[in-house]
Design a protein. Structure first.
Length: 344
């Protein structure tokens, strides 16, 4: 069973094809991705209308590229999957519309997929795939969540952000420091040159006793430091970046360890864009090694939004008998959609 996945929830257009035949983990046959970073840089953030228009331009050429990689024709695709939500409404509509139109033209079923479920399951495409059950740290864009995962569709929310997510804390802090869009990766690179002990920044909710997150206060503290430094910011920017990153990473690491303690599980999965952060990986690996806990990450190319994770999630749901791809080609998108609502 070949599953074509289309991702268009924000500012990346992704298309991929997986083979989900039999009980084995779906195998990636081909993928292609276009990032809109260069287009949005001039505006300092994603412009939804421009994002939607660019998805329209990119999705079919990317599909042709994937078909060529996989030595496959569209007629050989068995299911067309697409990101149904959450995300930008206009961007989601492009992917959903193209997927359902393609499926109708081919006489094949279409299937909507939860964007975060794609991230959650993306490490199964890595060279070191996890096994169920595990604790998942989802750090993708505006989402920071800890989940207990007992199987496909079997998700228990342990804690989540109550305001800004970790990715937003990186991006917004970077913008306050005058770093280019997208801020998170620029801040992480700059932090390598700084001293993480240079400033005192808060670790919100670190000692709250629960597994929720809050990063809005950290962003405010960074703003205060930027204002205090004034013209001296440039000389101390690397130090402030390093201190900001250290605060975010410490909260993520300690909350993840707390989730492992509370569940008694010995396996951690980290997924989403912030999962590519080197500092986070180093500290999580070290902390988990001391406890004998296995940590799994998606390949770096699969940390960002991509079509492979959408095709994978659809394939794994179909294998588990939790979803039925049908030939009803009407569709709706869900810009706001809790992962718990997509559970089995």
């Amino acid at each position: 069973m070949r599953v074509l996945g289309i991702e268009s929830s924000c500012d990346e257009t992704g298309v991929a094809l997986v083979d989900a035949s039999g009980p084995a983990i779906p195998r990636l046959l081909g993928q292609a991705l276009h990032s809109q970073i260069a287009m949005h840089q001039a505006y300092g953030g994603v412009v939804p209308e421009l994002a939607s228009r660019d998805h329209i331009r990119r999705v079919l050429p990317l599909m042709d590229e994937v078909m060529a990689q996989a030595a496959c024709t569209p007629a050989q695709v068995d299911v067309v999957a697409y990101t149904q939500g959450p995300g930008l409404a206009g961007a989601l509509l492009v992917g959903a519309g193209v997927a359902c139109a393609l499926a109708a033209a081919l006489g094949k079923p279409a299937m909507g997929v939860h964007h975060l479920e794609g991230h959650l399951l993306s490490p199964f495409l890595s060279v070191d795939p996890p096994e169920f059950p595990f604790v998942a740290l989802l750090v993708s864009g505006g989402h920071t969540q800890l989940m207990r995962v007992d199987g496909v569709g079997r998700y228990e929310l342990l804690g989540e952000t109550i305001d800004d997510a970790a990715g937003e804390a990186f991006d917004k802090s970077a913008k306050l420091m005058g770093l280019p869009y997208p801020g998170g990766p620029h801040l992480a690179r700059l932090a390598e040159q700084g001293d993480a002990l240079s400033f005192k920044l808060p670790r919100p909710l670190l000692h709250s006793g629960n597994l929720d997150f809050s990063f809005a206060g950290l962003k405010t503290a960074v703003l205060t430091q930027v204002q205090k430094l004034g013209d001296g910011l440039e000389a101390r920017k690397a130090d402030l970046a390093a201190t900001t990153q250290a605060a975010i990473v410490e909260v993520l690491v300690k909350k993840s360890l707390m989730a492992l303690d509370r569940t008694g599980l010995q396996r951690l999965v980290v997924a989403g864009g912030v999962g590519a952060n080197t500092c986070l990986r180093v500290q999580l690996n070290a902390a988990c090694a001391k406890r004998g806990v296995r940590v799994h990450y998606p390949e770096l190319a699969l940390c960002t939004d991509n079509g492979a994770m959408i095709a994978l999630a659809a394939g794994m749901r179909l294998q588990a008998g939790l979803a039925r791809a049908d030939k009803r080609y009407s569709f709706e998108v869900k810009p706001r959609w809790a992962l718990a609502d997509a559970a089995a």
